[in-house]
Unconditional design. Structure first.
Length: 331
């Protein structure tokens, strides 16, 4: 019989959880420090001639939003390691963790892959006389912090979720009942698959070195590390669609339920949050028209964002169904 929230053991402050919490909090410091300095007007890490200096108001707005997002990591680390964290409403916790997963997962996968590519001679394409966007050390410091945040926060959330919701993802896919929302699940999965086609084709094209649909400025700044990032988006799009289909159509019947749930959770978060972030960044309006996103780029970002939300909705339906069944059995 599933335990109620009140009767489950509280999240203990064991040594591993304390260590993970400390790593999560401390790894935010470099990023928050840089962003605070830039908001205050400092140019640390920003070379002269960088495009970041063209729109100071837009930069301040984006940096302020970035500070809020990264500060949420500290709040989440506390929620996931304190006894009162088990009393936080599920949606109020799941939403920011899903967003954090979506924003951090592509960085955790992409940055190490880019380092490998650079080690073998690949890198960013730079035109003669082109000014650097940021100093190279900024990327190393910031992305290393992001990776540490993702690892620590992910581990803390897995421990927390096991304590609170572990009974909801037990078993195999073949054991899942279709439920009254089965047709809705399948409709959402099919819609996600159709909407994923355009961004998937474009990201594959851009990962292979194609420039169709890109603005002139983006097309001119295409190096091996950018191709790696496009390939990472392809992987997460496929993961989102695959997770949605496995859950909606009960495919991969011998798989543990945690596998399609994990694909849907990480994949949907990555494509939705990065699609939203890239769409928001494009609204800043680069002064040089060659750097502005083309309509096709905007469609790709919006399409992958919708795919993420549709797959996330399948996951929400799944947990709602299993929670309702568990509650009926406990009654």
């Amino acid at each position: 019989m599933p335990q109620s929230i009140a009767s489950r053991p509280a999240v203990g402050l064991s040594r591993p959880r304390r260590l993970l919490r400390a790593v999560a909090v401390l790894s935010c410091v470099p990023y928050l420090g840089l962003k605070a300095a830039w908001i205050a007007g400092s140019h640390i890490g920003i070379p002269e001639g960088s495009g970041l200096l063209d729109d100071r108001v837009g930069m301040a707005v984006i940096n302020s939003l970035s500070v809020l997002l990264d500060s949420a990591v500290i709040v989440l680390a506390l929620v996931l390691t304190r006894p009162w964290g088990l009393r936080v409403p599920a949606w109020l916790l799941a939403l920011p963790v899903w967003v954090a997963t979506g924003l951090l997962a592509p960085i955790m996968a992409g940055f190490p892959a880019q380092l490998v590519v650079r080690a073998f001679g690949g890198g960013s394409a730079e035109s003669p006389g082109q000014e650097a966007f940021l100093e190279e050390w900024v990327f190393t410091v910031v992305y290393t912090g992001f990776i540490l945040q993702g690892l620590a926060l992910g581990a803390l959330f897995m421990l927390y979720a096991r304590d609170r919701w572990g009974h909801l993802w037990r078993g195999r896919v073949w054991e899942l009942p279709v439920g009254v929302a089965g047709p809705a699940h399948r409709a959402l999965a099919v819609a996600a698959g159709v909407l994923a086609l355009l961004p998937l084709v474009l990201h594959v094209l851009w990962a292979c070195g194609g420039t169709a649909g890109l603005s002139e400025g983006r097309a001119a700044d295409r190096g091996a590390d950018v191709h790696v990032l496009e390939a990472v988006f392809v992987v997460f799009l496929l993961a989102a669609v695959a997770g949605g289909f496995l859950l909606a159509f009960r495919r991969g019947r011998a798989l543990p339920v945690a596998v399609p749930l994990g694909l849907a959770w990480v994949g949907s978060g990555a494509v939705a949050c990065w699609g939203g972030w890239l769409s928001l960044a494009s609204l800043g309006g680069a002064e040089d028209i060659a750097d502005r996103p083309t309509p096709l780029m905007s469609l790709a970002y919006a399409g992958q964002m919708l795919v993420g939300f549709l797959v996330a909705a399948i996951g929400v339906y799944f947990f709602a169904e299993r929670s309702a069944r568990a509650a009926r059995r406990a009654a």
